[in-house]
Ligand binder design. Structure first.
Ligand code: HEM
Length: 378
């Protein structure tokens, strides 16, 4: 049996291991590691391994008893540190069952009209920055879906804005801002408990801890959806053959393959594990990367090119993971598709052309385009 120490590792800087490279350019570090093999190690001061093969992805995403969220990177970001995101087995399964109902495909039908109303008057004319537009409409659509538009838009914006910044900004504690958000959420939740309602908060307010789940899932859902929307618009402007009602879904899927906002997921090992002959001790930081797996040249043809037609065939198993997989698959997957679908539909009806922009992926809490992404409509 091999030790995790025998795994290959990308070049490290003396003194800081991989920490400095990770903080400056994590995608380049991951790509270098993936070139060394399907599993590699990182020098983070604790045992840390990254896998990009499907067997690793499957094991990490299905063995919830061993691969735990407590102790993962989410713990370091107060926005994501709590609720379902940090709930582990055995409590995770029943909690997800409660949450899956309001976020399930049937529930989306009831939300669609609200989301459409929130987009009223939104389709821009002339040149516009797709990133700024996506940011604004995603906030508005989420406000409609969660709160029927009742949440103070300025406060919602102020709450979510730090998430977009590079580290350490999203990791800093913000007690005053979080307290204001909590007060606003509680006020709106109490109103729904008294008078009823059918937005997401009305459903969440009935669950113990549901108000916290609203706050956490909003943080998980805003930038992820914004970035996907912006990148999809940018690609549609360059590949107009997909800018049709039928082309939008494959275009979104391909955008999510190339630029998965959840570019890396982390877990902690709850016990010693032997994976494909390698011994990984309890406490190991275990990473999987939807970004690496979806660009693996052994699995995808022309992996760096935008080719939505590749989805005419099923993607390789456990290699296309923009929403993760298994029991912890993204809670907001159906909601994200609803928002993306509705926002993109409002743009149909006038041609899009790309003007100028920088789509280079910038990793932070989520992967986003460097921007701006200026496109012309009409
Ligand atoms: C295009 C948009 C989105 C993308 C690409 C995305 C991606 C992901 C990924 C990759 C995971 C799994 C992370 C892991 O395995 O560590 C995840 C989990 C999660 N997402 Fe999303 N997400 C999106 C939108 C949303 C939205 C709109 C919500 C709002 C409800 C949301 C809420 C969550 C939550 C609460 C989890 C944790 C689920 C659990 O641990 O059981 N996401 N998402």
């Amino acid at each position: 049996m091999r030790s995790w120490r025998d795994l290959p590792a990308p070049a490290a800087l003396p003194g800081s291991g991989h920490l400095l490279r990770w903080s400056r350019a994590p995608l380049a570090l991951l790509e270098e590691g993936a070139r060394l093999g399907p599993m590699f190690r990182l020098q983070f001061g604790v045992p840390a391994v990254v896998g990009s093969c499907f067997t690793w992805n499957k094991r990490l995403l299905t063995d919830l008893d061993t691969f735990r969220s407590a102790g993962s990177f989410s713990r370091m970001v107060p926005y994501l540190s709590g609720g379902i995101i940090l709930t582990d087995a055995p409590a995770h399964k029943p909690r997800r069952a409660d949450l899956n109902r309001p976020f399930g495909p049937q529930a989306m039908t009831a939300l669609r009209a609200r989301v459409q109303a929130a987009l009223h008057g939104e389709p821009p004319r002339g040149p516009f920055d797709a990133l700024a537009w996506a940011d604004r409409v995603t906030l508005r659509m989420l406000n409609a879906a969660y709160f029927s538009g009742d949440f103070d838009e300025g406060l919602l914006h102020a709450f979510l804005a730090p998430l977009r910044h590079p580290f350490p900004t999203p990791a800093l504690p913000r007690p005053a801002l979080f307290a204001r958000v909590r007060r606003e959420l509680n006020r709106l939740a109490e109103r729904r408990l008294l008078h009823g309602g059918d937005d997401l908060l009305a459903h969440l307010a009935r669950l113990p801890g549901g108000v916290q789940e609203a706050r956490i899932s909003l943080a998980a859902g805003h930038d992820t959806t914004t970035h996907t929307l912006a990148w999809t618009i940018w690609h549609l402007a360059q590949h107009p053959q997909w800018f049709t009602p039928e082309g939008l879904r494959p275009a979104v899927r391909e955008t999510l393959r190339l630029y998965p906002p959840g570019w890396m997921g982390s877990r902690r090992l709850h016990r010693d594990v032997t994976f494909e002959g390698v011994h990984l001790p309890r406490g190991t930081l275990a990473l999987y990367s939807p970004y690496l797996s979806a660009r693996d040249p052994g699995l995808w043809s022309a992996p760096t090119q935008f080719r939505p037609e590749r989805f005419e065939q099923a993607p390789p198993p456990w290699a296309y993971l923009p929403f993760g997989g298994g029991e912890r698959v993204c809670l907001g997957m159906h909601l994200a598709h609803l928002l993306l679908d509705e926002a993109l539909r409002t743009l149909l009806g006038a041609p899009l052309t790309a003007c100028q922009g920088d789509p280079t992926p910038r990793p932070g809490v989520t992967l986003g385009p460097a921007g701006p992404l200026v496109v012309q409509r009409g």
